[in-house]
Design a protein around this ligand. Structure first.
Ligand SMILES: NC(=O)c1ccc[n+]([C@@H]2O[C@H](COP(=O)([O-])OP(=O)(O)OC[C@H]3O[C@@H](n4cnc5c(N)ncnc54)[C@H](OP(=O)(O)O)[C@@H]3O)[C@@H](O)[C@H]2O)c1
Length: 140
């Protein structure tokens, strides 16, 4: 890429890296690392014609997310990828999807204790659902 003076590197972070998330320490910290690494590489190589972008999605309906139903705030992976690809060259750090950007901006406006409460609530719900799923698979 340096020799060609052209290239695009897109790293996938997460909105989970935007705030310190209790009970998600490794995931949240590793996503912050992705954003920081990309920003640093941009400073090192950005002037050589290489585009560095971090995408920081919220919820996308994929296997990793537990295949939730799609909704206004939770697109399927194809719609998300199409939207995110359109942002290359326009934004170096973005959620990649319009409704995710809305959620992200709201997150930034909310006081941290509110975010902490929301994270604690959704983590507890996720844990309960995962334990139920595990229990069911052990019984069948
Ligand atoms: N979905 C969301 O809501 C969401 C939100 C924010 C950020 N992200 C980020 O988006 C990225 C993609 O996730 P996704 O939602 O698209 O999940 P996904 O559909 O489950 O895809 C994850 C991919 O990673 C592969 N993979 C998992 N563990 C691996 C390992 N140890 N070595 C090599 N490959 C491995 C999986 O391979 P197999 O198919 O073979 O298992 C799969 O292709 C992740 O970095 C995730 O943190 C996702």
């Amino acid at each position: 890429m340096v020799a060609r003076k052209a290239g695009i590197i897109v790293n996938i972070g997460s909105a989970a890296g935007a705030v310190p998330m209790a009970k998600w320490s490794v995931y949240s910290a590793s996503k912050k690392y992705v954003s920081w690494l990309t920003a640093t590489l941009r400073k090192e190589y950005g002037h050589q014609g290489i585009i560095f972008q971090t995408i920081t999605p919220l919820m996308v309906a994929t296997k990793m997310a537990g295949n939730p139903n799609t909704s206004f705030f939770c697109p399927d992976s194809d719609s998300f990828a199409k939207s995110a690809l359109n942002t290359i060259g326009n934004s170096s750090d973005t959620t990649g999807y319009i409704t995710h950007q809305l959620e992200y901006e709201m997150m930034n406006l909310a006081p941290e204790f509110i975010l902490d409460m929301a994270v604690a609530r959704s983590s507890a719900q996720l844990k309960e659902a995962a334990l139920k799923k595990k229990e069911k698979s052990l019984l069948t």
